[in-house]
Design a protein around this ligand. Structure first.
Ligand SMILES: [Zn+2]
Length: 299
C-alpha cells in the first residue's frame, strides 16, 4: 500500500502523520520545533526524524509539508516565516533530494482548508473563507472548491490585515495586525496574567471562570469584526474557523457570529454565511499536506 505522510511544521511543534486516502491519521510522531535562531538544518533534521519515525522503515510514496509561513505560488520555496528560520529557501527540492520521494509544500492554513474541503466542515462547498486561530491567525480562500493562491502564493494572509494603524506590534514587523487582537496570544493577553497559555484560558472558560469567559467575549468580538470585512470583500458561502483556539467552539464562535452580523454591510439584506468550527481538528494541516502529496504523486 502507498504510504503518504503529512508534516505540519509550526512555531512550537513539528507533527508528522501517516494519512489514509479517507483522511485518517493512523500513525503520528512529533518533535519540538528548534528555536528560530538555530540553523535551518536543525529544523530540517527535526522534520526528517518525525517523518522517518512515522514511516518506520517502509518505503514512502510522498510527503506533504504544511508550514507556518509564506510559500511561493508553485510550492517550491519558503519565502518568509515569522516563527521558522527559512528565508527564500528551496525547501521542496532540497527535501525531495534528501528523502528520495515526492515532496509537496504549502502554507499550513492552505493545507487545513484542503483537509476541511475534502473531509471536514467545508465538504462539497465551493466558496469558503477559512481562518485558523492559533498563536496567530492564518487563512485560506477556496473559490469553486479550489485554493486561491494569488500572484505570489500569499493570498489568505488574513491575520496580517491591519485593523489599527498605530496598534500593537506584530511578529511580522507591522503594527495593528488583526492577529494581535483575535488570536490565541490575544486571548491570553485579554485574560490577564493568571493564565499561562490559550488552552489554560479555554479550560477555565469551560469551567465557568468569569475572567476567561470575558476574554473569549473580547477576542470573539474582534474575530467577528474581522470576519465581517472578509465577508464584505469575498461574499463566501461558508466561514470555517479552525486552529487551536477554535476548539473552544461556541465560546469563541457565538461572540464572533454576533459581531460579524453587527459589523457587516447590508447584513439584513443578504445571506449570512454560517460561521462553523473546523472538523479535522489539530491534525488538519497534516491531513491536507498528505492529500496534496498524494494528488501530486498521482497526477
Ligand atoms: Zn502582522
Amino acid at each position: 500500500m502507498s504510504l503518504y505522510i503529512g508534516v505540519d511544521a509550526g512555531g512550537t511543534k513539528v507533527l508528522a502523520g501517516e494519512v489514509t486516502p479517507e483522511g485518517h491519521v493512523v500513525r503520528a510522531a512529533h518533535r519540538r520545533t528548534p528555536e528560530r535562531d538555530l540553523p535551518v538544518a536543525d529544523l530540517e533534521d527535526a522534520i526528517t526524524e518525525a517523518m522517518l519515525e512515522v514511516a518506520g522503515g517502509r518505503p514512502i510514496s510522498g510527503v506533504g509539508l504544511a508550514l507556518a509561513g509564506l510559500v511561493d505560488a508553485v510550492g517550491e520555496s519558503v519565502r518568509f516565516a515569522t516563527h521558522l528560520p527559512w528565508r527564500e529557501a528551496p525547501v521542496r527540492s532540497s527535501l525531495a533530494e534528501r528523502w528520495g520521494c515526492v515532496v509537496a509544500l504549502d502554507n499550513d492554513a492552505n493545507c487545513a482548508a484542503l483537509a476541511e474541503r475534502a473531509f471536514g466542515a467545508a465538504r462539497g462547498v465551493g466558496d469558503v473563507v477559512m481562518v485558523t486561530v492559533g498563536t496567530g491567525i492564518g487563512g485560506a480562500l477556496l473559490s469553486a472548491g479550489r485554493l486561491v493562491r494569488g500572484r505570489n502564493g500569499m493570498a489568505g494572509e488574513f491575520g496580517h490585515m491591519q485593523v489599527e494603524s498605530e496598534g500593537l506590534l506584530c511578529g511580522c514587523g507591522l503594527r495593528g495586525c488583526w492577529e494581535q487582537y483575535a488570536s490565541g496570544d490575544a486571548l491570553v493577553r485579554a485574560a490577564g496574567s493568571t493564565f499561562v497559555d490559550g488552552p489554560a484560558v479555554t479550560a477555565a472558560a469551560l469551567d465557568g471562570d468569569a475572567l476567561a469567559m470575558a476574554a473569549f467575549e473580547t477576542v470573539g468580538d474582534r474575530l467577528g469584526v474581522g470576519l465581517a470585512s472578509l465577508v464584505a470583500a469575498l461574499d463566501p458561502e461558508l466561514v470555517v474557523v479552525g486552529g487551536g483556539v477554535s476548539e473552544a467552539g461556541d465560546l469563541l464562535l457565538d461572540p464572533a457570529r454576533s459581531a460579524m452580523a453587527r459589523s457587516l454591510h447590508g447584513a439584513t439584506h443578504r445571506f449570512l454565511p454560517p460561521v462553523v468550527a473546523a472538523r479535522c481538528g489539530p491534525e488538519a494541516g497534516v491531513v491536507g499536506a498528505a492529500l496534496l502529496a498524494r494528488t501530486q504523486a498521482t497526477a
